[in-house]
Design a protein around this ligand. Structure first.
Ligand SMILES: C[S@@+](CC[C@H](N)C(=O)[O-])C[C@H]1O[C@@H](n2cnc3c(N)ncnc32)[C@H](O)[C@@H]1O
Length: 209
């Protein structure tokens, strides 16, 4: 089951919400999933914006008995593709009973203190600042105390966008940067640069303490 045609069809059709020109690399996936490496108990995990599953497949392979993985994706084609993967991808099929797929915007997910870990692939730098704030508030609400959020941005993306952007677009980029800076100040614990990705990416690891 090839992910590539599904990804590119949707990258072109839904540029704003897909927000990338290539699926993430296995090197970026490894950095995004570092928080699952040294764990002492079973975990509630949510992946926001799994797309065609470049993080989901290795994540499924890291699941242990007692873990629960919720996937939250709004794009119809990606949801259909993920449903297919649950039947054919070996690691996802093996853990199918522990994986729930939500076909909705992540900011509509309900509940509090549901997850130990959130892995977010959402393209914040494409969004309006109010939506970024809304999604970050949702993550804070959904994470348990000491829960961890890992997300990525393309390295230097805001600076590059500024070169070609209109005044109005620059205001949006600055407002998104300001929302993210406040969040980093409160919660960011670690930052990693992943060069082996197209484009290179910065991974932000944030903890609710
Ligand atoms: C940059 S792509 C990342 C896809 C994949 N995780 C990767 O790294 O290649 C962003 C993904 O987030 C999804 N997305 C965008 N906004 C969303 C939202 N509000 N709720 C859930 N998914 C969303 C898009 O449909 C897309 O699959």
């Amino acid at each position: 089951m090839s992910s590539i045609p599904v990804f590119y069809r949707n990258a072109v059709r839904h540029l704003k919400t897909t927000g990338s020109i290539a699926p993430s690399s296995r090197f970026l996936a490894k950095a995004m999933l570092q928080c699952l490496e040294n764990r002492s108990h079973s975990l509630g995990i949510m992946e926001a914006g799994p797309g065609t599953g470049p993080f989901t497949k290795p994540l499924a392979a890291m699941l242990e008995d007692g873990d629960q993985l919720d996937l939250c994706e709004l794009n119809d084609d990606f949801v259909a593709h993920l449903h297919g993967l649950l039947d054919v991808h070996p690691a996802m099929k093996a853990r199918k009973d522990q994986i729930t797929l939500y076909h909705q915007p992540v900011q509509m997910l309900e509940g509090e203190d549901r997850y130990d870990v959130i892995i977010s692939g959402l393209p914040f730098n494409n969004f309006e600042p109010e939506l970024v704030q809304d999604i970050l508030d949702t993550y804070i609400k959904l994470l348990k105390p000491k829960g961890e959020l890992t997300f990525f941005e393309y390295a230097g993306v805001r600076g590059m966008k500024r070169w070609i952007a209109s005044n109005q677009e620059n205001k949006r980029i600055d407002a998104v940067a300001s929302v993210l800076q406040k969040f980093f100040k409160a919660y960011e614990k670690k930052r990693m640069l992943v060069l082996w990705n197209f484009p290179p990416a910065t991974v932000h690891v944030c903890r609710m303490d």
